[in-house]
Design a protein around this ligand. Structure first.
Ligand code: TA6
Length: 299
């Protein structure tokens, strides 16, 4: 199906009652997915999952009420795909170009257990100085949300050195009643304190001011315990050595035009990828796959 920022999609790919193409915000093409357990929304723009919600539960993902939905602009919330660089890069937008481009929907595969698998691919384009690579993304919607980002180095001789991160924004009831657990003993770069190197000493991370930490060499699961919504979100990952924890708090929230001044109270980012010292070096023809599985249980 051609990548389109207009409404030119192939509705033969629809699954009646399960997957429907719609005009989303900003008239961007959006897929609405319904399973027996849950519902989800995914924009072709950035192959961006903007909503995942289990029946009888609040949404798992946070989406800013102020987000832009426009060609070339990132959506604020959901699961931005950060590729092929994380953070700032002189002369280029933050966090790479994958989230700002329309991806192609290649196929939709319903699984025997009722899960829906949606396969996306980033069209070839200006690699902005990186060797040519193929990026493929699979979203599996069921009673959990599973994501797989596969990157293949198409260069004949050059290594592809890249960063990737699924920059997930989670909905919480009240940030003051949230604990992030699973990073004790891990070293991190504290971007709020001049990128200083620290070691996480607490069993649980509590967020009472701006937090912007890149945890390195950590491959375990992270839990977001939400007392207000009485639920625990578990972030499991495969082939990921970095976890980023971010909440902009008050000042940064006020500086972001696509983020409400009070929205920091209702979200936390726990991001899974390979960034900084954990960046990936991929030989010619090689493929690297980043996997993330998001699940919830009631507390
Ligand atoms: O992952 C945390 C972070 O790198 C923060 O420093 C902040 O910049 C955030 O990403 C959001 O970045 P964005 O470019 O989406 O505004």
């Amino acid at each position: 199906m051609p990548a389109a920022e207009n409404n030119d999609w192939d509705d033969r790919l629809e699954l009646p009652g399960q997957v429907r193409f719609m005009e989303g915000n900003g008239d961007l093409p959006m897929l609405s997915v319904t399973t027996e357990w849950s519902s989800a929304e995914i924009y072709l723009h950035g192959a961006h999952v903007t909503r995942f919600q289990k029946k009888n539960e609040p949404p798992m993902l946070f989406l800013s009420q102020m987000s832009q939905f426009a060609v070339g602009k990132p959506i604020r919330g959901g699961i931005p795909i950060i590729l092929p660089w994380f953070g700032a890069r002189e002369g280029f937008p933050m966090h790479g170009f994958a989230r700002n481009r329309a991806w192609e929907l290649k196929k939709i595969v319903p699984a025997p257990d009722g899960a829906i698998n949606l396969h996306f691919q980033l069209p070839e384009g200006d690699a902005q100085g990186f060797p040519p690579f193929t990026a493929e993304y699979t979203v599996t919607v069921s009673d959990t949300l599973a994501l797989q980002l596969s990157v293949t180095n198409n260069a004949a001789e050059k290594d592809l050195v890249f960063e990737s991160c699924l920059h997930t924004y989670f909905q919480v009831g009240d940030i003051s009643a949230v604990s992030v657990v699973g990073l004790k003993g891990t070293t991190y770069t504290d971007k709020v304190e001049n990128f200083s190197q620290k070691t996480e000493s607490g069993d649980a991370i509590r967020i009472m001011s701006e937090v912007d930490r890149v945890y390195q060499d950590t491959r375990g699961a992270v839990e977001i315990r939400d007392v207000r919504l009485r639920r625990k979100i578990t972030v499991e990952k495969e082939n990921s050595s970095s976890t980023v924890v971010w909440n902009p708090w008050i000042a940064k929230s006020q500086q972001m035009s696509d983020f409400g001044d009070e929205e920091y109270l209702k979200m936390v980012c726990v991001e899974s990828g390979n960034v900084g010292k954990n960046k990936v070096t991929l030989g010619p023809g090689r493929t690297s796959v980043l996997g993330v599985r998001l699940s919830t249980v009631s507390l």
